[in-house]
Design a protein around this ligand. Sequence first.
Ligand code: GLA
Length: 713
Amino acid sequence: MSQDEEVSIQLEKPSFIHLTQAGVSLVLSTTRGALEVVHWGKALSKTENLADLMAATVESTAHAELDQPHVEGIFREAARGVVSRPALLGHRLGKDFSQLFEITGVQADETSARISFSDRVAHLNAAAMFSFVGHGVLMVSLEVENLGDDFNLEELSVYLPLPDRAQESMDFAGRWIKERQPQRREIQAGQFVREVREGRSSHDYTILQLAMTQGAGFRAGEIWSMGLMFSGNSRHVVEKLQGGRKFIGASELLMPGEIILKKGEKYMTPGVAAIYSDSGIDGVSERSYGWLRSRGDHPTKAKPRPLTLNVWEAVYFDHNLEKLSKLADVAKEIGVERFVLDDGWFGSRRDDTKGLGDWVVSPEVWPQGLGPLIEKVKANGMEFGLWFEGEMVNPDSDLYRAHPDWVLGAGGRVPPLGRRQLVLDLTNEDCYQHVFQQTDKVLSDYDIAYIKWDHNKYLVEPGSMGVAAAHNQTNAIYRMFTELKLNHPGLEIESCSSGGGRIDLGMAIMADRFWTSDCNDALERQYIQRYTQVAIPPEMLGSHIGPTKSHTTGRVHELHFRAISALFGHAGLEWDITTCTKEELSQLKTWSEYYKANRDLIHSGNPVRVDSPDEYFLQGVVSQDKSKALFSYATLQAAAGSRPDALCFPGLDATKSYRIRAVYPAGEPKFIQRTQVAWLDGITLTGRALAEVGVRAPILYPENALLIEIEAI
Ligand code: GLA
């Protein structure tokens, strides 16, 4: 909200604020002393009588409760008789443990509002900020300011009410190589909490937590979702209170003593993105994509997402100019546009036991520096990318030998190692500067377009100077990315954390790409990408064709299945392509051309995921103007029926005529049938017929895929 647009509303009773954007409304009331959210959901008319709306929502008072009607204000103060978890938990050596915030000011315009509060007894000021940031995405944050002696802040959470018809919740859980698997349940009494205490967002992080109407799916039903704009510890909650009302909430999870506000200091919560949809989960994604794509430096604004080769699974730590040059030659032949040198180029890093922390090109493996490889890569028409893991150190490194005190820890203990590494204390300015300077020097010495920034160990008792430091460490990595980008305009940063361990909405506005998972098995990727894409658009999610036999599962997949699975993201390869057969190379070439011809559609369209039985996924992307669509039909297991379901395509323009056909940019799937379906070479149907009648699926082997093009004629 700019100063000019600000309208100060004089507080008079009744007083309401109605913010709306893109079919979503937020109605706030200050009439009962507290700030209450009267409605968050489908847009209400601007002419709605808000006083009557408020009257409509006042509940009766139950026996065995307090004498006056229940008021669940945004701070949920116990002083108002609220017994749910307060939004603000904190104290001053035990005092001022309970607050009562009086509203002191309201500023609002069409899409945003800031409400100020004060508790003169507890010596605290506070503020609540609500802002529609585009596409109906509501950003909410709370702030508290200490006016007295040290105030120990334990929690500051944003809660929004859910309507009673929100009966189920869905969130995403996972682990290394199996990130973001959906879990769904009825919203029952109590709190269902997803906490992360890893000091990073985690493989187990939900990105968005969803509350939904019963049976809501990808294309239908109402969803109220929330996700924290933060990459550290977090807490997401869906709850049903004793009174029957339900809420969804999110906050940074603060470690004990982590935020002690001195007099005059403030803490502001990370933004909480609240996304409502009346058209199922795809509606949430559409809003989330629209909002993330509106970022000024969203990666597709600079140029199309370059087809990438990452050499990790091709060579691992075996860095050798000759082999890497061969890879660069084959990459050129295929049409790769970005060549990424992964772990192993620096210090004594010949395996994963040593060298982390020493970001100096290793003369042992790179006697002439990285220059010869970079020249080769550039001569072959590709950009060069390089791997870093700046927040980490191996005890067996020059850095650790010189500064063993530069690691996060507590009690004078060295925390347990993970992948033989420890986490550097980036809240220590000297340590931060060391990492920044070394990284900056490599980026200055060489022409590097992109860095993959890894984070392979979660934080264990992350203390600095004796106090918890996960909060400051998270802000330090944001600072690092910001400063590296400032010094190297155009630098693209990929957030990796043993695969998808640091994918969150906070990082989605700092980084340009995520390494979605260390699992390149196409079957696993079907699931991981489908659910990571609930919040994150495909152009930000690295998806590579892995080796024929997956290095993380041992499964063997046909090239076409791996290629179609990798197409719906920021595509690339992670495979020793010098071992490819002639046929594989020619298929990779046609696939690479296909990716380039269709990436604008994939990276700008709206997602469509058809609700289907577990046997298959039918999903794809429809252009904003609905003139083009690309779908993948992937068989995940052997079907129960001998003849498969019809493929129906929602999301198109019902009145337009479309040509639908199957395409094979990386070879045909394996059909297991006696006769073929009749439309694969192309037929013409209206959007309505494609949605309502669909086309019959051919019978494919399990773990195969068919790519389907739909174009308006
Ligand atoms: C992590 C990443 C991988 C690779 C290795 C390198 O596991 O997720 O992609 O970069 O580190 O050590």
